[in-house]
Design a binder for this molecule. Structure first.
Ligand code: AMP
Ligand code: MG
Length: 488
């Protein structure tokens, strides 16, 4: 195996990270490896060298080109500022640049203690790492920006939580690990020199176009707001609840990062919270926009001194960015919801049409995913086995009649409407009960067949595949998952 790591982050000043080797593990065993992703990344890996893959992606074998680093960052966790967090159980092995010129971080998660472990053991357990693997790859299948999962290795070591659990290491691939919290770390120390270095690095890596603009830092923030608003709209499109939108879990690239207690809506409950640690519903499904904005303002504030040398002027610029964030989000949200119901270009009345539908869904606890597929079926598609138990509530048919008139008014073909809707509305989402079932099975029986089946099914979630009909069904009352846990 040959990986040519390139380490631009390691060339940043020493106060951005600590150099640290992963702590070796007793018995690394490769459970999952994402061959298509390895290929996209241009990694030179052969199927004959499974043990070597396990050694590299457990951290037991550090390749020569690698310069392992734990990155420092801070963060607002549930609204409270923690001045120093950092990779407490992760190391960045290095960056790779693929044949298209895209740069990615390759990071081990669960690789042992670092100087940022704050009393933690630096380790991760199989269940949550498998969960991140399945859900992040499902997000990718859904077409939503996300970190990816390259490898899952069990360590052969026990990890002590409430009970003794099998240890595991996940290899995470991200277009970078720069978070809002990375900026907050330097801002809290009033280290303006490092902040500028970080901002310039982030611009070079993620938004090089910003360099040519009149105010590069404003353009950079415009880029971040564009990415963040698109991301949250995409989450809402598929009913995803991140669950811990702390600023340290908000990547400036606009990728979904840190799959802790995240979950997907079954029935439509707009203020739904699954996370056991989110007692006040700060990160509820319908709060994700306002939290995204809050996080974005925190980022903007750290760069205030670069936006203008005058305090008043930077405050005005941040206000303008806030306005833009709100405007962009609402624009994108309306367009996304319109597309979900087959409307190409929404007009001012469509907002109400969409709200009426959401009200019917909320009042009747309709399944978020199946409702939109039911609508596609109502445009004249043949009926699907998946929808045979979908109960149509009173009042819904009336809405459908109004909606159909609106569809016809567009002057586009029926096929075009169906294609638009089918591209927005997945058939399969990683339903919580299915994920939990696959994880329990893997942890209890060391059998990954259910997990592998999910990974395969979710790689193409818009396809009507008879083989996976069971995965499209909502949970029965016995299968229902009420709470999700971070599992750190
Ligand atoms: P997370 O909840 O995964 O976003 O983690 C929040 C912070 O806690 C990050 O700084 C992590 O590195 C750190 N952390 C989480 N679990 C552990 C652990 N087992 N050992 C050390 N640090 C950890
Ligand atoms: Mg985190």
């Amino acid at each position: 195996m040959q990986i040519n790591f390139d380490n631009t982050y390691g060339n940043l000043p020493k106060n951005f990270y600590t150099q640290i080797k992963p702590t070796p593990v007793v018995n690394p065993h490769l459970i999952l490896f994402n061959w298509p992703l390895a290929c996209d990344l241009g990694l030179n890996v052969e199927r004959e060298e499974l043990q070597k893959i396990a050694d590299v992606f457990s951290g037991n074998l550090v390749l020569e080109s690698s310069n392992p680093l734990a990155l420092v960052y801070a963060g607002h966790q549930f609204g409270y500022f923690v001045p120093q967090l950092g990779d407490g159980r992760a190391v960045l092995l290095g960056e790779v640049v693929n044949t298209s010129g895209a740069r990615y971080d390759i990071q081990l998660k669960g690789s042992g203690k670092t100087s940022y472990s704050r009393g933690g053991d630096g380790r991760a357990t199989l269940g949550p790492m498998l969960r991140e693997y399945i859900v992040s790859e499902a997000m990718h299948g859904l077409g939503i920006k996300t970190t990816r999962s390259l490898a899952l290795v069990t360590t052969g070591e026990p990890v002590f939580r409430d009970t003794i659990l099998p240890g595991a290491i996940l290899t995470r691939v991200a277009s970078s690990h720069i978070r809002v919290g990375t900026f907050e770390y330097f801002a809290a120390q009033k280290d303006f020199e490092s902040l500028k270095i970080l901002a310039d690095y982030a611009i070079n890596r993620h938004a090089p176009h910003a360099k040519d603009s009149k105010n590069p830092y404003f353009s950079f923030l415009e880029f971040v707001l564009d990415m963040q608003t698109s991301l949250i709209v995409d989450w809402m499109r598929v009913g995803f609840i991140h669950g811990v939108m702390n600023t340290d879990n908000t990547a400036i690239s606009g990728e979904t990062i840190d799959y802790g207690p995240c979950a997907f809506l079954d029935e439509y409950v707009p203020d739904k919270v699954f996370s056991a640690i989110d007692s006040y519903g700060r990160y509820a499904f319908n709060k994700q926009f306002s939290i995204g904005l809050w996080n974005f303002i925190k980022l903007s504030e750290t760069l205030a001194f670069l936006l203008s040398t005058e305090l008043k002027a930077s405050a005005a610029i941040i206000k303008e960015l806030e306005r833009l964030f709100i405007e962009k989000f609402h624009e994108k949200y309306l367009e996304m919801m319109a597309h979900k119901i087959g409307i190409f270009i929404p007009d001012e009345k469509d907002g109400q049409l969409i709200q009426d539908l959401l009200n019917i869904m909320e009042e009747n606890y309709l399944d978020y995913t199946l409702t939109f597929r039911h609508l596609i079926q109502n445009t004249g598609q043949s009926s699907w086995a998946l929808l045979k138990d979908f109960a149509v509530p009173r009042g819904f048919q009336q809405w459908i009649e109004v909606w159909k008139v609106r569809l016809v008014s567009q002057g586009v073909t029926h096929d075009e409407v169906v294609a638009l809707m089918a591209a927005q509305n997945p058939i399969l989402i990683p339903r919580n009960h299915r994920i939990e079932e696959a994880i329990d099975f893997a942890v209890e029986h060391n059998d990954f067949s259910k997990a592998n089946r999910l990974i395969k099914a979710f790689s193409d979630p818009y396809k009507n595949n008879e083989e996976f009909i069971d995965l499209g069904q909502p949970p029965t009352s016995q299968q229902r998952v009420y709470q999700t846990f971070c599992g750190t």
